[in-house]
Design a protein around this ligand. Structure first.
Ligand code: HPA
Ligand code: MG
Length: 223
């Protein structure tokens, strides 16, 4: 399954990013972006399919969907909507879903700090015996996710799976991804991406498409 995702959702050498002039972007970001990598509509279409895959592969048991804030909130919200629609289809299957939120911090400017701080979380003892789906915006070095998976084990969930909208191929890892989740939306090149809740120092969350930040944008919003 993972191999299939890798081949089918890879935004590789043949994928042409779009010129900014093809799409509407907020005026305040016009000079801060290089290209549109994944337009909003394609993001939605891919999430629809991810929701179907998750729905089909989950057992009947209740699910706790755990949103990794802040970057995961849009993906989480759209994914939950689409899973809810499947629950309303009057088929054999319907999965009760509860939701929970966790906040981690690992990035300042565009460098991985190596240290991951859990700066906010609910009482995670409610995860005991549950099927947990972690919903994340992007997996880059994979360090954040590995740390989170370790941390969650102490709450004794029944199962843990990971859905990440983006997974980055890293130049320093032979152009390969560092960690492959059970559900991956798009495999993306090693560029700093913003939009659809992905930020650069808290900017660009208010942008619908996933875009490559420009040098000017980096300079303008660098701390
Ligand atoms: N964009 C935003 N946040 C990130 C990225 C990125 O490319 N990689 C890891 N966190
Ligand atoms: Mg994230």
């Amino acid at each position: 399954m993972v191999t299939f995702f890798f081949l089918s959702s890879q935004i590789g050498d043949k994928w042409q990013p779009f010129d900014l002039s093809c799409f509407c972007v907020p005026k305040h970001y016009e000079n801060d972006l290089e290209q549109v990598l994944i337009p909003h509509g394609i993001i939605q279409d891919r999430i629809e399919r991810l929701a179907r895959d998750i729905f089909q592969e989950l057992g009947q048991g209740p699910l706790t969907a755990l949103c990794v804030l802040k970057g995961g909130y849009k993906f989480f919200s759209d994914l939950m909507d689409k899973i809810n629609q499947l629950n309303c289809n009057q088929g054999q299957k319907s999965i009760p879903v509860s939701i929970d939120f966790i906040r981690l911090k690992s990035y300042e400017n565009d460098q991985s700090s190596g240290l991951i701080k859990i700066v906010g979380s609910d009482n995670l003892s409610s995860l005991k015996g549950r099927n947990v789906l972690i919903v994340e915006d992007i997996i880059d070095t994979g360090r954040t996710m590995k740390k989170l998976l370790n941390t969650l084990q102490q709450y004794e969930p029944k199962s843990v799976r990971v859905a990440s909208l983006l997974v980055k191929r890293r130049e320093d890892n032979n152009g390969d991804v560092c960690y492959m989740p059970e559900y991956a939306g798009f495999i993306v090149p090693d560029k700093f991406l913003v939009g659809y809740a992905l930020d650069f120092n808290e900017y660009f969350r208010d942008l619908n498409h996933i875009c490559v930040i420009s040098q000017a944008g980096m300079k303008k919003y660098r701390k």
